[in-house]
Design a protein around this ligand. Structure first.
Ligand SMILES: Nc1ncnc2c1ncn2[C@@H]1O[C@H](COP(=O)(O)OP(=O)(O)OP(=O)(O)O)[C@@H](O)[C@H]1O
Ligand SMILES: [Mg+2]
Length: 230
């Protein structure tokens, strides 16, 4: 499955979400590639230290994306792509391959209105590909007292973008985790709520990934088979 975290608006939480998702999937036992498509390399530098067994590739041009992603698919269960903040052509290339597009969006009316412009390439890809990728918006950096306003819901509805029920709250832990080469769920127990919300969000977005019994059982069987051949 190719998952693209995209929004051509900068600073909305793409790298934070993509890096966390890659590490989360890896910890569930999946084979994961993090494809960092942003020349700032924020998510790949962070995850190389925080979750060193996640394979990392870097694609900085649309051609690199178009040619590289199908290669990775052969050896990975999930390829999580961290989209760039500006180069829309690279995002466009990502969406030609993606099965799922996750679109983080800050929870303000201005941001919700800008979403139409910043996600036009999502709808273009869906039209060309006659359906895929599935796309879902995730409200990020949501304040504690936030209430989803009707205006914001209307903006998402007008774009025909489903909004994830779980939001990502504005919390220092998310900003601190990369500097400490860690992930929010490995931080002190004070960060329990961050750990819980991100796990809930990922389970909502990719429910099949969390079916660890199936994954665990398949892995255990494969190991048994390999051992019995020795
Ligand atoms: N939920 C959050 N709470 C607090 N800070 C956050 C949260 N999510 C992200 N941040 C911080 O906000 C900044 C922007 O986040 P991030 O780099 O993930 O956005 P981005 O969309 O990838 O940006 P760019 O478009 O520049 O690549 C970073 O400093 C990050 O640590
Ligand atoms: Mg980024």
């Amino acid at each position: 499955m190719i998952i693209a975290v995209v929004n051509s608006k900068g600073g909305v939480g793409k790298s934070t979400l993509a890096g966390s998702l890659a590490a989360w999937l890896h910890e569930l036992g999946h084979r994961v590639v993090l494809a960092d498509c942003d020349s700032q390399n924020s998510s790949s530098e962070w995850i190389a230290e925080a979750s060193p067994h996640v394979k990392i590739v870097r694609y900085e041009t649309p051609d690199a994306v178009l040619e590289g992603l199908p290669q990775q698919r052969k050896e990975a269960d999930y390829i999580v792509c961290d989209g760039p903040g500006s180069q829309t052509e690279t995002s466009r290339a990502l969406l030609l391959w993606a099965d799922l597009a996750i679109i983080p969006c800050k929870a303000s009316m201005f941001e919700a209105r800008a979403l139409a412009k910043n996600t036009a390439f999502v709808r273009q890809a869906q039209t060309i590909r006659k359906g895929p990728p599935l796309a879902v918006a995730v409200l990020s950096m949501v304040g504690k007292d936030f209430r989803l306003t009707k205006d914001m819901r209307d903006a998402a509805d007008a774009l025909k973008l489903p909004l994830a029920t779980t939001h990502i709250t504005l919390r220092q832990a998310y900003a601190d985790a990369p500097g400490q080469s860690t992930l929010v769920w490995r931080m002190s127990s004070r960060e329990k709520e961050a750990a819980k919300e991100i796990d809930t969000l990922f389970r909502e977005l990719i429910p099949e990934a969390a079916n660890t019994n199936v994954v665990g059982a398949t892995r255990a069987k494969a190991k048994l088979r390999a051992n019995s051949k020795r």
